[in-house]
Write a protein that binds this ligand. Structure first.
Ligand code: PMP
Length: 329
């Protein structure tokens, strides 16, 4: 019998989800006072679930907007609480992350929301902002989850759609401090109420069993590779290969992101003209390197080099970059 046929309440699937949770706890060293929830609806559903669970409609939630995903999270939260943008990188086309001194945080804000890695713009936090005593730090880690160690205890809540680093779309991980559960706004849909999912060990309704099973396999694999310290070392090496190639190209390739916040996962770069970029992408595709086109909202090129991209894949892209440049100067 396959995992897709089984009852999610049978002991066979229970052992799958419990092992997945245990391995994720091991990987991220998740403290005991945090709940791990396996939910559905993607990270997008959490844009609404988070304010519904953490705020009353009169509470303020602060947002640092370092790219499109942070902006979407802010816009959705405004429906359920008083959302406030305390910093936005929009004017510089989302190429940086603010220093602590640039933030004008709201005293008494319920939480400060960040997007740990902006997938489209390729900006990634290296240090997290500190918040006032009563303000929780909440992070969307959808596109860098399990790519490096994280001190979970700094956060009130971390959330991530699975589909970049840990498994198929369909499961969304929420790691939330236990004392924050159980205070949802009365109108919160049952499927968004963390209390319901926590009380039912993520089995209130049929969970995405196959996706959870796959995530469990990936967690086991990440542990056997040496855990997240080892994964981070590999990711740093891969990203450095690409950024070094960009920086050594004497402006033929340009990365718009400030050096100290360049993403290890999504490496955006541009060339002199859109036509040249299109040619680069076409030639890469002919060599089996696909999905290099930048997001439609920003253009350019974007190499997404998630955990599963081997170093050899990055080396091949770098070889293409060098050969392409040699032919065009
Ligand atoms: N946040 C980030 C950082 C993302 O990269 C994405 C998806 N690319 C989302 C949120 C939305 O996730 P989902 O499609 O799982 O709703």
């Amino acid at each position: 019998m396959s995992i897709m046929e089984m009852s999610h309440r049978g002991k066979e699937f229970l052992s799958v989800i419990q092992q997945a949770e245990a391995d994720l706890r091991d990987l991220l060293k998740i403290p005991e006072n945090y709940e791990v929830l396996f939910l559905q609806g993607g990270a997008t559903t959490q844009f609404s679930a988070i304010p519904l669970n953490l705020c009353t409609s009169d509470d303020t939630a602060d947002f640092i907007v370092t790219g499109s995903w942070g902006d979407k999270a802010f816009k959705e939260a405004q429906k359920y609480c008083k959302g406030k943008v305390v910093w936005t990188g929009k004017a510089e086309k989302y190429s940086s992350i603010p220093n602590q001194s640039e933030l004008n945080v709201t005293v008494g804000a319920k939480y400060l929301h960040i997007c740990a890695n902006e997938t489209i713009h390729g900006v990634e936090y290296k240090d997290y902002p500190s918040t006032g005593n009563d303000t929780l730090l909440v992070a969307d880690m959808s596109s860098n989850f399990c790519s490096k160690p994280v001190d979970v205890s700094k956060f009130g809540l971390i959330y991530a759609g699975a589909q970049k680093n840990i498994g198929p779309a369909g499961v969304t991980i929420v790691i939330v401090r236990k004392d924050l559960i159980g205070k949802a706004q009365p109108s919160t849909p049952i499927m968004m109420d963390y209390k319901i999912h926590s009380e039912n060990r993520s089995l209130y309704n049929t969970p995405p069993c196959f996706a959870i099973y796959m995530c469990g396999l990936v967690f086991g694999d990440l542990l056997s590779q040496g855990g997240l310290e080892a994964i981070e070392r590999k990711n740093v090496e891969k990203a450095e290969l690409l950024y070094d190639a960009i920086d050594a190209s004497e402006g033929f390739y340009k990365c718009p992101v400030e050096k100290n916040v360049r993403s290890l996962m999504n490496v955006p770069f541009t060339m002199a003209t859109p036509e040249m970029e299109a040619q680069f992408i076409k030639e890469a595709s002919a060599q089996g390197m696909v999905q290099l086109k930048g997001h439609r909202s920003v253009g350019g090129i974007r190499a997404s080099i998630y955990n599963a991209m081997p170093r050899a894949g990055v080396e091949r892209l770098v070889a293409h970059m060098k050969a392409f440049q040699a032919r065009h100067i």
